[in-house]
Design a binder for this molecule. Sequence first.
Ligand SMILES: [Zn+2]
Length: 211
Amino acid sequence: MKIQNGRLVGDGIDHVESPNRGGRFGEGAPDTIVIHYTAGRSRQTAVDTLTDPARRVSSHLVVGRDGGISQLLPFDVIGWHAGESAWEGRTALNNYSIGIEIDNAGQLEERDGRFLSWFDQEYPEEEMVRGVHRNQTEVTCWHRYPDEQLQVVGDLCGLLVAEDGIAHILGHEEISPDRKVDPGPAFPLDELRRRLLSPPVAALTKAAEAG
Ligand SMILES: [Zn+2]
């Protein structure tokens, strides 16, 4: 997988243009990735929503549960995924960020031993993760992200950090904490940041040795 002219090239990637977009990013942007879950049924329903001119929402990428990727916007164009948002003195994070939507049903309601999404689909227990959301205090239930999907999201973030000047990886729940809980505690956001944004000492030493 690589980036050519603002587009991903590689196996398992399809391109669908979303009409929901701003202009080109300003100087020095994008420097941030915002991670989302779709809170939906499938990658296809997410792509349908994020390319529907009536919905006025979009993201640069959608990652399916099988690790397949849909790119909806080139990386040099502003998407409409973050909405009202703020982080470290900035507002309107759309103007600074690449949006990655991950196919995931979101928070699940536990009812009589069953696990139901907000759209009333039942998920088996092995697809459920319990965790405490960073903005909450109670243990609640969340839809699991399959390993192959997490692998692809990690690869995408690594590629964007290496080739596109990305220096920050944030969850929607961090930039819009009053109204958003995605990607939630089932997503290893802190681990991803540690791995991609703060190189471990061993790697730094190795790089120094390599000259
Ligand atoms: Zn979101």
